[in-house]
Ligand binder design. Sequence first.
Ligand SMILES: *Cc1c(COP(=O)(O)O)cnc(C)c1O
Length: 214
Amino acid sequence: MKAKEIIESLPKDVTLVAVTKTKSVQTIIRLYDLGVREMGENRVQELLDKYEQLPKDIHWHLIGHLQRNKVKYIAPFISMIHSVDSLRLVQEINKEAIKNSRTIPILLQVKVAKEESKYGILPNELEEFVKQFQKTPLEGISLRGIMGMATLSYDDHQVDQEFLELKNHFDTIKNKYFNTVSTFDILSMGMSSDYQIAIERGSTMVRIGSALYK
Ligand SMILES: *Cc1c(COP(=O)(O)O)cnc(C)c1O
């Protein structure tokens, strides 16, 4: 496993979320034994299965698209939801968080990639989204930052420009709307193929899967 090398190569102020989708419990335990505690899954059912089977001091991150009717299953324990892209989803997470007497940390997923992936808030809708968000009392939610993905491409320049764009959106929103809120501090970007570029562009949280297991 290349996990140890990757863990040791990351700057201290960048958090690794080890993406464990499709990996067995045995494989995940090897990461756990290396000290990894932040783990990410993109599907609710798989996340629930692994939550059941693995040690309870793992902090689970939901990184894939989340349907509103599934929020209730993860609300009791989820550490962070990276993929928030609608106000109706925000309301549902808030409701379930309050039911569980929790505050759930979330990130807004922003779509900058040129691919036809369906999810994420469009950059030109982001400010309006945040304004609406701030108008609503949300006792059960802590908005911690932004998540995004670059286009899957061998063109490093394009990837770099997309991460730069995400960083600019993050800074703009932080400065304009969360200037006095020190907890708007997470920029989740970077996967196996591009996390080094993402870190150069200011990522504070990388979501790495396949490269860990090589
Ligand atoms: C699968 C996945 C990752 C990790 O991808 P790798 O290329 O395996 O590192 C990161 N983020 C999201 C949203 C994913 O679905």
